[in-house]
Design a protein around this ligand. Structure first.
Ligand code: ADP
Length: 279
């Protein structure tokens, strides 16, 4: 079974229909063991992805403040080989970025062939925070869904495997996490009055997320809703989704690598025969 909810094709989902506290009846220890096994598989898949140089992977992480974007990166991407996996974080745009179209800064960060790129926030901010805070007129942000679909289509047509995660937390859990930041000295650097202010826009964000997901869920770039109130379940769901997305390519990648191996061996044999006296 899949722990994250996969969405593709136009739909009319409501976030409230998804239980943020879902855990599939698992205990924490059990879930963590499963996650560790999935990550081992992912490490192998990453190596193959890099070795064959046929595709790239783009992972988009979105979610409200405290939903666990950083934690997901630490737990799920942390064990991957950093030579071919990296993170791009999208903050408030700079003047230079604002002087371009909204996809300019995003396109520049897309993954190289053979690599995995994780977006901590993304071009979806341009139909989320921008919409909720009216940072651009309605006609500007509302035209962006189509641009996003076309952009993601371009990436998919260029051999990018795209997975978009909405880390779904409840309002109560967010409150707990914000309060926790006030008592945990290690988390205090994340304290911001802005996060409390953003809570006032909870319903606006709900609507904006629903529209982004409903309008931009496609077969080549599906959204996944991840129940994220339990951090260990969130990690499991994301790890499983990644593993499941890459596993179908494994056979093909191995065949390709065997083929490359055979060709290289032939070249080496040819070389040895020509230089029999010296090697
Ligand atoms: P974190 O991602 O850990 O919350 P910050 O606290 O620096 O990091 O927050 C980044 C901020 O940048 C968020 O409030 C986000 O909404 C904002 N942001 C990202 N992209 C855009 C954008 N295109 N327009 C306006 N604000 C944006």
């Amino acid at each position: 079974m899949s722990y994250a909810h996969r969405l593709e094709g136009k739909r009319r989902l409501r976030l409230k229909d998804f239980d943020a506290g879902e855990d599939a009846g698992l205990k924490r220890g059990e879930a963590e063991e499963k996650t560790a096994r999935l990550i081992e598989e992912l490490v192998e898949l990453q190596e193959l992805l890099y070795a064959v140089q046929m595709q790239s992977v783009l992972v988009i992480l979105q979610g409200r403040d405290t939903s666990g974007k950083d934690g997901t990166i630490r737990h799920v991407a942390g064990p991957l080989n950093s030579q071919s996996c990296s993170v791009a974080s999208f903050k408030v745009p700079t003047d230079e970025e604002l002087a371009h179209d909204f996809l300019w800064r995003v396109h520049a960060q897309t993954p190289l062939t053979g690599n995995i790129k994780i977006f901590n926030r993304s071009h979806y901010e341009d139909v989320l925070v921008v919409r909720v805070h009216e940072l651009a007129p309605r006609e500007v942000w509302s035209s962006r869904y189509e641009h996003i679909n076309a952009f993601e289509r371009l990436l998919a047509d260029s051999s990018t495997i795209i997975l978009k995660f909405c880390l779904h937390i409840s309002k109560d859990e967010q409150k707990k996490r914000l309060l926790n930041r006030e008592t945990d000295p290690i988390k205090s650097w994340k304290l911001s009055v802005g996060d409390w202010k953003e809570r006032e826009y909870w319903d606006g964000y709900t609507k904006a997320y629903e529209d982004a997901i409903n309008r931009c869920s496609t077969k080549h770039a599906p959204w996944f809703i991840v129940p994220a109130d339990k951090k260990w379940f969130r990690n499991l769901a994301v790890a499983e989704t990644l593993r499941d997305a890459l596993m179908p390519y494994r056979e093909r990648w191995l065949e390709k690598l065997e083929e490359v191996g055979r060709e290289r061996k032939k070249e080496i044999e040819g070389y040895r025969q020509g230089h029999n006296h010296s090697v």
